[in-house]
Structure formats: structure tokens, C-alpha cells
Write a protein that binds this ligand. Structure first.
Ligand SMILES: [Zn+2]
Ligand SMILES: [Zn+2]
Length: 254
């Protein structure tokens, strides 16, 4: 996106999607509020100060105990949005006994299941896992500045960013797994550092207000927007999901 591009207002379509997703946003907030995971905040901060990720995502998720209630509530929210039909949600609800496994599969970025019901179950698990980890990260970061963190991996959970928010003077990265946001001096490809054409290509998607930064050298891509978020991350990610499909079809990786 060119530096002169204006910060976008939400389009009517994105507002409609945001409204449709409200039940999921609400259940995500509720799971986050519950703070069901255990994270050693002092230990995490010590690790971050030493340049290491604060916690292990799988360990934090396992500490949350029984994830079935959160999974079932989230599945019900999916039904309310109309994203999935009642019979499909009933099939997904039967997978709730495997909620912990499904959430860990999401956290480990395992390949998507082919089966439709399991794919939907993975989407439900993603909301649960993200809410649990986002809370753990928020606890670690409360009153704890990240200004010394220079790496391109998430300071809290060690995952890669899936979004970047850019202004003329700063670039903020967002962790795909736990929603942590941190500033970076890196302007180009996060994989290899390439920072200009033709190695780093930028494909604008004006309708979404995003561009896909594609590295022709190492094959990584990043979704980047100008300015701050228009919606909650959950809505924003749903809006730009098509960009991931386009990039992955080209053989690129996040
Ligand atoms: Zn993270
Ligand atoms: Zn690269």
C-alpha cells in the first residue's frame, strides 16, 4: 500500500459480517474473561527479557483443564451466526469430547482436516484456543512493555505474526495464535529481510484495505494493512481469509 493511502473505513459488507459474527465475538470475550488457563507470569516475563518466548502454547492450553464447556458454547455461537446449519452444529457438538485434541491441533497449526464436520470443529476449536491464549498473553503483558523485543516471532507464545499494521513510521505485528501485538523495525519480509521489489511484491486488495506482501525469495507472505484495525481481530481475520487461500494456492506460507 502506498504511504499516501488513506486509512479505510469499514465497508458496508464488512460491517454486515461484523454484525453476523457478534455471537462468536461475545463467546470469545467470555472465554477470555474466564481466564481458565494457568500461566506463570513472572517466569514468562523473565523469559521474554532474555529474548525467548514467554510460554509454551500447548502447556498453557493443557493447563486450562476441560475445554468442552467452552467448545460447546462456541459451537452454539456458530449456529447463531447462521454460518453453520443446526444439523452440522449437532455433528460438531459430538466432537466436543475431543475438544482438547482439536484445540491443540489448531495451536500446532496442523493441516486442515478434509472432513467437513472436523473442519468446522477445528474452526470452533480455534476460537476457544485463541481466547485462552489471548488471555494468558494479556496477563503476561499487563504493565510489561515489549519495547526491547526485536524478534519477528511472538514474544508470548513464539508463533509467527499473520497480520501487520503499518503507518509511515511504525509497523506492528499481530500473533496469529495469541493476538499479541508488538512493534517491529522490520519493514520487509519477516522470513529473510528482503524489503523491496522485485523480491518483495505487494499485491493490493483495495476492497479489503489490505495488501499481501509476498516474498519471491523465501516464499513467505504477510497480510498488511494501513493504520489500525477496523474490527475485532476475529472479524478482521474472517474478512481477509480469502487472502490466505490465494497465497497458499500460490504455494506461499505464512
Ligand atoms: Zn503469540
Ligand atoms: Zn523472504
Amino acid at each position: 500500500m502506498s504511504p499516501s493511502a488513506p486509512t479505510r473505513r469499514p465497508s458496508a459488507a464488512s460491517r454486515t459480517l461484523a454484525e453476523q459474527l457478534q455471537p462468536i465475538v461475545q463467546v470469545h470475550d467470555a472465554v477470555r474473561e474466564q481466564s481458565i488457563a494457568r500461566v506463570d507470569v513472572d517466569q514468562a516475563r523473565t523469559r521474554i527479557k532474555a529474548g525467548r518466548a514467554g510460554f509454551d502454547a500447548a502447556t498453557v492450553l493443557r493447563s486450562a483443564g476441560d475445554l468442552r464447556p467452552a467448545f460447546e458454547r462456541t459451537a452454539a455461537a456458530f449456529e447463531l451466526t447462521g454460518i453453520a446449519s443446526t444439523p452440522r452444529i449437532a455433528a460438531v457438538a459430538k466432537t466436543a469430547r475431543d475438544a482438547a485434541t482439536l484445540v491443540l491441533a489448531w495451536a500446532n497449526a496442523e493441516s486442515q482436516p478434509r472432513d467437513g464436520t472436523l473442519r468446522l470443529a477445528r474452526s470452533v476449536a480455534a476460537i476457544v484456543g485463541n481466547a485462552v491464549l489471548a488471555r494468558a498473553s494479556a496477563d503476561v503483558l499487563m504493565g510489561f512493555p515489549l519495547s526491547a523485543w526485536k524478534r519477528t516471532q511472538c514474544p508470548c507464545c513464539g508463533a509467527s505474526p499473520d497480520l501487520a499494521l503499518a503507518t509511515d513510521t511504525r509497523r506492528t505485528l499481530v500473533c496469529w495464535r495469541c493476538d499479541t501485538m508488538w512493534r517491529t523495525d522490520h519493514r520487509g519480509c519477516l522470513g529473510c529481510g528482503a524489503d523491496g521489489p522485485p523480491t518483495l511484491a505487494r499485491v493490493a486488495s483495495p476492497y479489503l484495505g489490505y495488501e499481501l506482501a509476498i516474498c519471491n525469495s523465501c516464499g513467505r507472505y504477510l497480510k498488511e494493512r494501513r493504520g489500525s484495525l477496523t474490527h475485532e481481530l476475529l472479524v478482521e481475520r474472517t474478512l481477509v481469509a480469502g487472502l490466505d487461500e490465494a497465497a497458499q494456492q500460490r504455494g506461499l506460507r505464512a
